[in-house]
Design a protein around this ligand. Structure first.
Ligand code: FES
Length: 124
């Protein structure tokens, strides 16, 4: 019989650190630690005045999206772009609008702001 682990909130930054349309990358603690697994990362994006958090994982191959730390947006700063094959994702929904995973979407993370701190929860 397995005991269900509570999904804990993880503090990732202060809200004041965020700038519109500039992503802030963070590392997530896995619910079940695995010394052989790649680090799990996510990013926050303040877009159109709304803050969202996504898992940094392209739905096409499961690789991280960005080519440089904190660089997630395309050249026009309109879409989140995967650096591997160029898929474009809507910043407000994470939906892939063009690329090999068109119709799929990024995994959105639960987030909340508490006392100026931004907290997220790892996916199940
Ligand atoms: S790995 Fe992201 S588009 Fe192929």
């Amino acid at each position: 019989m397995s005991v269900e682990q509570p999904r804990e909130w993880q503090t990732v930054c202060r809200k004041a650190q965020l700038t519109a349309d500039e992503a802030l990358e963070f590392r997530l603690q896995r619910l079940k630690p695995d010394p052989h697994a790649m680090p799990l990362t996510g990013f926050l994006l303040l877009h159109d005045g709304k803050l969202r958090a996504y898992l940094n994982q392209c739905p096409h191959l499961g690789v991280e999206l960005n080519w440089m730390p904190g660089r997630f947006m395309d050249a026009d700063n309109l879409f989140i772009q995967c650096a591997t094959h160029g898929a474009l994702f809507k910043p407000d929904t994470g939906e892939c609008v063009t690329g090999p995973c068109q119709g799929d979407a990024l995994t959105e993370l639960e987030l909340r702001v508490e006392g100026g701190a931004v907290l997220v929860r790892a996916p199940e």
